[in-house]
Design a protein around this ligand. Sequence first.
Ligand SMILES: *Cc1c(COP(=O)(O)O)cnc(C)c1O
Length: 371
Amino acid sequence: MIDRNAAVLTIDLAAVAQNYRQLADRIGGAQCGAAVKANAYGLGAAEVAPVLRAAGCRHFFVATLDEGLSLRRILGSGPQIFLLNGLPAGGAPDIIGADLVPVLDSPPEIEAWQQFGRKGDIPRPAAIQIDTGMSRLGLTAREWQRLIADGDSLRRFPLALVIGHLACSDEPASPHNHQQLALFRRHLEIARDALPAGTPISFANSSGIFLGSDYHFDLARPGAALYGLNPMLGQPNPMRQVLRLQGKILQVRDVDAGTPVGYGATHTCAHPTRIATIGCGYADGVFRALSNQGAVHLGDHRAPIVGRVSMDLLSIDVGEIPAALVQPGALVDIIGPRQSADDLARAAGTIGYEILTALSARYERRYLPAG
Ligand SMILES: *Cc1c(COP(=O)(O)O)cnc(C)c1O
């Protein structure tokens, strides 16, 4: 066998499908959509999205027009595809051509959609986002009030969805959650007459689903939990693990006490030990912040990362690990049974989302089928 890559990323599509079904069960009567932006959080939209659809998903969320066009090619016609980042300038013809649904985030976007969002004479559906406390995207309270005061403004195109987004849903105790929910409800209440009957409402991301049924409304939009990240940090993870990232040992050397390791010589071996060099680095999404911080596992044995992570390589101290396990060509777990993406993120001072979306195109990707 030719070793073309120095790392193997295994993605368990059956676990993705099971996570989808678990979330769908949890929200009961509401629909469960899926956020597959950023190439399904780095896991591969072409592989992941069809599995979600087969598991029952009918509503997909991406960020950009390009992502939406590509997802439409993957899924074919049928599922609704929402563009979370709004209506890009000049994007209406492509959006309509691919039957995508923009999430309109401002009065100018709404006006532009009223003007250009038609197929022939027929207005095409769009969603509207209301900002309830992130100051990121979506209509402010005043813009929303102005819009509903303006008579039939919510009836000039089919309103496919009204969405809000939680800022602190991964902190169940945060008062922001209740405050945002109360504000969102108030926005919907004052729009009761202006909103076409039956307009679907969406509020919860992954963590929002776990805040309780008050947060579910008609359609949830989980991403992270589908891919195995813990929606309730600090509590046991209810989701199935999806990823295994294994790096290959390229070289092993015995070193004396006092030997420096890596760029900047930031680690010096205190005792005689063995150092193994693994063929992945920060260009693969194994962040440089893991220098002298994280660890990898060989079976059940933990091997600390020593010295700086370089672009294509990192070093581990394997002095305590049975030599038989530490051979060139052997695989070590960077993400695996003993260390989740969330664990690795914590060691790197970041969140699991960033670990996933930084996963390298350089890895050999192996997809375990959904069944
Ligand atoms: C990314 C995103 C989601 C999905 O969030 P997760 O925390 O990954 O479940 C839902 N809604 C919006 C607006 C998003 O940007």
